[in-house]
Design a protein around this ligand. Structure first.
Ligand code: APR
Length: 227
């Protein structure tokens, strides 16, 4: 079975109603990265950061997988599919994908600020954390999110997965954020690369087959092309 590795970004979930980061009207026009997505921001104003992620978590729980997520899940019938996502929502899993690596963390999880191995899963009915919510060892809980300036613990696993790709598909990422954007470097030479995005994406590679469509239509087109 051919191994298709899919690298996804915020555009994958745009058609589910979750805002991207760098498009016009995107998240980083409304919030300052340094305030809500860095360890320094959390140290300065933890309430603001918890509120920000509580709102993101609620939006993610309320959202539904779109045809793109569902199409990728269906492709597991014909291919070995590995998804490496920069997204912190769980829409790939809810669509039925069984092999998903989250590079930048997961919104539905929170962890201890003192012991990163103490991770807890929230539910839609109980999806907020507040100042004073503590782990079993008595330390404040924080979002299980990789903030700017923090290490990306899953990157090595992601590199190993990309190295074994027969086909690489990139969907809905502006390829601005490293190390995720650098994963394209690790495909074996000659591996076909497809990129699905309705907008131009600047990439340092010129061997990419560009499908200039949104995620839902783009995945449909990809399936036609691979058939
Ligand atoms: N379908 C597919 N792609 C889309 C769609 C759509 N319907 N709508 C927009 N896009 C594309 C945009 O054209 C853009 O190229 O999605 C991309 C989104 O880019 P970013 O907002 O930069 O998101 P992403 O690349 O995932 O950001 C990486 O930055 O702030 C962080 O941690 C956050 O994981 C995130 C990382």
């Amino acid at each position: 079975m051919e191994h298709i590795v899919v690298l996804t970004g915020a555009g994958m979930s745009a058609e589910s109603g979750i805002a991207t980061f760098r498009d016009s009207g995107g998240m980083w026009e409304q919030y300052r990265v340094e305030e809500v997505a860095t360890p320094e921001g959390f140290a300065r104003n933890p309430q603001l950061v918890l509120d920000f992620y509580n709102a993101r978590r609620k939006a993610a729980f309320d959202a539904k997988p779109n045809k793109g997520h569902i199409g990728l899940a269906e492709m597991e019938k014909d291919y070995k599919i590995s998804i490496i996502t920069q997204n912190v929502d769980n829409l790939h899993e809810r669509a039925g994908s069984t092999n998903v690596v989250h590079l930048h963390g997961e919104l539905d999880k929170v962890r201890s600020t003192a012991d990163p191995s103490l991770i807890y899963t929230l539910t839609p009915d109980n999806c907020e954390i507040r100042l004073g919510d503590k782990c079993e060892k008595g330390s404040q809980l924080r979002p299980h999110i990789v903030w700017f300036g923090e290490a990306v613990p899953m990157i090595e696993e992601a590199v190993d997965i990309v190295r074994t790709a027969d086909i690489l598909v990139v969907i809905g990422t502006s390829l601005n954020v490293y190390p995720a954007a650098g994963l394209l470097n690790y495909v074996k030479s000659g591996t076909p690369i497809f990129l699905i995005d309705p907008n131009e994406v600047k990439s340092y590679r010129d061997d990419i087959h560009f499908i200039k469509k949104g995620a839902s239509e783009g995945v449909e087109e990809l399936r036609r092309l691979l058939n």
